[in-house]
Design a protein around this ligand. Structure first.
Ligand code: PMP
Ligand code: GLN
Length: 380
């Protein structure tokens, strides 16, 4: 293993999901739903396979039906116009979109400012690109970005801001005022922005505002999203970017040598999913809002300090009130203690002290599963 990757080991999601299956624990660790998305969308995938649509390599940028549906989605929800032929690229999940964007846009030695705790692939992809990560730390209890610190972090080597809103794992949703300040800085210092908005439809307070909608941003922003989260088909690995033509073309240059193409028949099904009526999106959010409340109240009852998320399907807690000093040790011991798995946030921080006692719980699970997990955690 080369030096760039050696520091990263095995992802925490693989480690904790393996622990959940070997111990038969309730898995509130890795973020995937325990109920599949809409049956008619699953049927659409089966139909595509049967009808021979997408069983062979799809076109490099993605099938036209899906690119058109992605552009229509950006218009419908945010009033953002993108040309399906030149400004949309389908990827193998958001994960590939992140990797391809960073590999395409960074030179070795470039600095990337990213909100920490970071989603784990960010740090690894910045390293694979030979670039340098510069964290902007979100701190408990509010997890807001310090905009003065952000301004101070920009140097002549800064090439790119890597944002994530709604933010995994903290649940922070950047406010329009925060986004406007970030946008102003990006324009002033002529920075590129890659913004990971995979939880765009899981905002429980206020709404989601894409960074690309701010003045001067559309031309410098790569926006990333994914069907995994919005439609509860994380195994299909259908993601996408929307960006101006030059940025799409750059990201595509990297993408063609990573996977070339992926997910043929699933692309047709996701095209249908994106066109689902508002009632689907509203119902999905309302269901998860109720689950957020159930798990947040249960965790508080069990003695954790709970940071109620504004978005995503994760709750960050602090385990100190239970007398615990280390979230990673706590998560490794938890399955044996009570049959529940969670994720230690410290692995997403460079500043380990900022996240040492934080633990994340996923609530994209059936109500009875969440209730049983809470019952078990109350025994701690
Ligand atoms: N970004 C964030 C913030 C995530 O939480 C995830 C996990 N779903 C991804 C990217 C990866 O998404 P995908 O499964 O579509 O590759
Ligand atoms: N995004 C999911 C999470 O944060 C996991 C995805 C993965 O396993 N790579 O839990």
């Amino acid at each position: 293993l080369n030096r760039r990757l050696a520091a990263f080991g095995t992802t925490i999601f693989a480690e904790m999901s393996a622990l959940a299956s070997s111990t038969g624990s309730i898995n509130l660790g890795q973020g995937f739903p325990d109920t599949d998305g809409p049956a008619e969308i699953a049927e659409a995938a089966v139909r595509a396979i049967r009808d021979g649509r997408g069983n062979q390599y799809p076109p490099g940028p993605g099938v036209p039906e899906l690119r058109t549906a992605i552009a229509a989605h950006q218009q419908r929800f945010y009033g953002l116009g993108y040309d399906p032929d030149t400004e949309v690229l389908v990827t193998a999940g958001a994960t590939e979109a992140i990797a391809a964007a960073l590999l395409a846009l960074l030179e070795p030695g470039d600095e990337v400012i990213a909100l920490e705790p970071f989603y784990d692939s960010y740090a690894a992809c910045i390293a694979m690109a030979g670039a340098v990560r510069v964290p902007l730390t979100l701190r408990a209890p509010d997890f807001r970005p310090d905009l003065d610190a952000l301004r101070d972090a920009v140097t002549p080597r800064t090439r790119l801001l890597l944002l994530n809103t709604p933010h995994n794992p903290t649940g922070t949703v950047l406010t329009p005022a925060e986004l406007a300040a970030i946008a102003e800085l990006a324009v002033e210092r002529d920075l590129l922005v890659v913004t990971d908005e995979v939880y765009e439809h899981l905002v429980f307070e206020g709404g989601h505002t894409p960074l690309a909608s701010f003045p001067g941003m559309r031309e410098r922003t790569v926006t990333i999203s994914s069907a995994g989260k919005t439609f509860s088909f994380t195994g299909w690995k259908v993601g996408w970017i929307t960006a101006p033509p030059a940025l799409v073309s750059a990201v595509r240059s990297a993408k063609q040598f990573l996977t070339y193409v992926s997910s043929g028949p699933f692309q047709y099904a996701v095209a249908e999913a994106l066109a689902l009526p508002d009632s689907y999106y509203d119902g999905f959010r309302a269901d998860l809002a109720a689950k957020r409340d159930l798990l947040a109240d249960g965790l508080a009852d069990a003695g954790f300090e709970v940071f109620r998320p504004q978005g995503t399907y994760f709750i960050t807690t602090d385990v100190s009130p239970l007398g615990e000093k280390d979230g990673l040790a706590f998560c490794r011991a938890l399955p044996a203690r009570c049959g529940v798995v969670a994720i230690p946030n410290q692995v997403f921080y460079d500043d380990k002290s900022a996240g040492a006692t934080q633990v994340r719980w996923a609530f994209c699970k059936r109500t009875d599963v969440l209730q049983e997990a809470v019952n078990r955690l109350r025994q701690l």
